[in-house]
Ligand binder design. Structure first.
Ligand SMILES: Cc1ncc(COP(=O)(O)O)c(C=O)c1O
Length: 403
């Protein structure tokens, strides 16, 4: 800003605007990253502004493109993921959308695992399909089926570290190997795991997406996303973001940064409580099947042992029918009736009617999602209270004989 900031020769409005938009210059660094709530940033001169906007020199010009709070958030997550670079987004879906658009053109083909987040599946099947991008959905535990799904125009293998909602644990190293042998880019949604449990970039993933709305934010108070990966691949994603406009808000980036600082201690508790709740549920008579990667009964227990730091905060169980699942969820006293995960609050959802409502019965069956599935994100409440609540809900809904 020029020298005449508070010059008395200016009129009142000019002085008010100049005075109230002069950021303090200070030598001491704040210990929290400030919320840089500014749509625009001033360069020294027109040439520098052109250079920043033209990506010839680093810097900030316009907050839809980049701002310091978002940049701090993305680089903190890149650091946690073991990746070179990151770019922040207004939501997990904005991040996934940009990662896919940066990797695909009309006529290209995606191999994706069959039980993925409902909106991701809809993005591939309903939105990108309209632009000539085809997708094949495969069981990630059947490596032969994955390999057989590749075509000449396959450009992306899309995986979830722990898949939504059936808690399938992907053998990332082997799946990434299959794709890379064919020079196919691998995008991994690491939302269910968070970088605390798994760092797909270190296993070779080209791009890693996270919905920071979940474990990274952790408190059900922010919608946010991020893409991390190698610098060149993230730069492609950034260019898409510039032209599609899904950048994060500074306040949201601030909340994610605050969440990151306690991610490890929260995850330790989420994992310990989820293990205890899973052990309890596994003994309940109405529970046909329990899916928790930290228990030997999980089909990918060995993969989870080698790829995940712990079992995580997500579990699912099958009560046999849509009605039984709805009755059990309605009988729960502690979890709010809401459809998310990765929060201080325990959340129980019925994927066929909530998170995966976009899938009809045939698509649910093809994705391996049973009609009576209940998916639980275990929160930070006292675990004894949670176990008592699940026990009482199963008993009240007639799903179990209460122990
Ligand atoms: C695995 C997974 N990925 C991505 C998303 C999308 O995240 P957001 O709601 O932040 O757009 C979700 C949302 O539930 C999810 O569960």
């Amino acid at each position: 800003m020029s020298e005449d900031t508070t010059s008395q020769s200016n009129g009142f409005s000019t002085r008010a605007i100049r005075a109230a938009s002069t950021a303090p210059v200070m030598r001491q660094r704040p210990n929290a990253v400030p919320i840089y709530q500014s749509a625009t940033f001033s360069a020294e001169d027109a040439g520098e502004l052109g250079d920043i906007l033209g990506d010839r020199v680093p810097g900030y010009a316009y907050a839809r493109i980049d701002h310091p709070t978002g940049a701090a958030m993305a680089s903190a997550i890149a650091e946690l993921e073991g990746a070179e670079a990151g770019h922040p987004f207004a939501s997990g879906m904005a991040a996934i959308h940009a990662a896919l658009l940066a990797s695909l053109s009309a006529g290209d083909h995606v191999v994706a695992t069959r039980a993925i987040y409902g909106s991701t599946q809809a993005l591939l099947q309903r939105v990108l399909a309209r632009f000539g991008i085809d997708a094949t959905f495969v069981d990630p535990t059947d490596l032969d089926a994955v390999a057989a799904a590749f075509r000449v125009r396959t450009r992306v293998l899309y995986l979830e570290t722990i898949s939504n909602p059936t808690i399938v644990v992907a053998d990332l190293e082997r799946l990434i190997g299959i794709a890379h042998e064919r020079r196919v880019r691998v995008i991994v949604d690491n939302t269910f795991a968070s970088p605390y449990l798994c760092r797909p970039a270190e296993l070779g993933a080209d791009l890693v997406v996270e919905s920071c709305t979940k474990w990274l934010g952790g408190h059900s108070d922010v919608i946010a996303g991020v893409v991390t990966g190698g610098s060149a691949a993230v730069e492609q994603v950034r260019r898409i973001a510039v032209d599609t406009g899904g950048n994060i808000e500074p306040f949201s980036a601030f909340l994610v940064l605050r969440g990151i600082m306690t991610l490890a201690v929260r995850m330790e508790r989420h994992c310990a409580s989820a293990l205890a709740v899973a052990r309890f549920l596994e003994t309940q008579p109405g529970v046909d099947r329990l899916y928790y990667p930290g228990l030997p009964s999980h089909p990918q227990y060995q993969v989870a042992q080698t790829r995940l730091r712990a079992g995580g905060g997500m579990l699912a169980f099958d009560l046999g029918s849509r009605d039984a699942a709805a009755r059990a969820i309605d009988a729960l006293r502690l979890p709010p009736r809401t459809a998310s995960l990765g929060s201080v609050h325990t959340m129980a959802v019925h994927p066929p009617s909530h998170t995966h409502r976009q899938l009809d019965d045939a698509a649910l069956a093809a994705a391996g999602i049973p009609p009576g599935l209940v998916r639980v994100s275990v929160g930070l409440e006292d675990v004894e209270d949670l176990i008592a609540d699940f026990g009482a809900a199963l008993a009240a809904s007639g799903s179990a004989v209460h122990a």
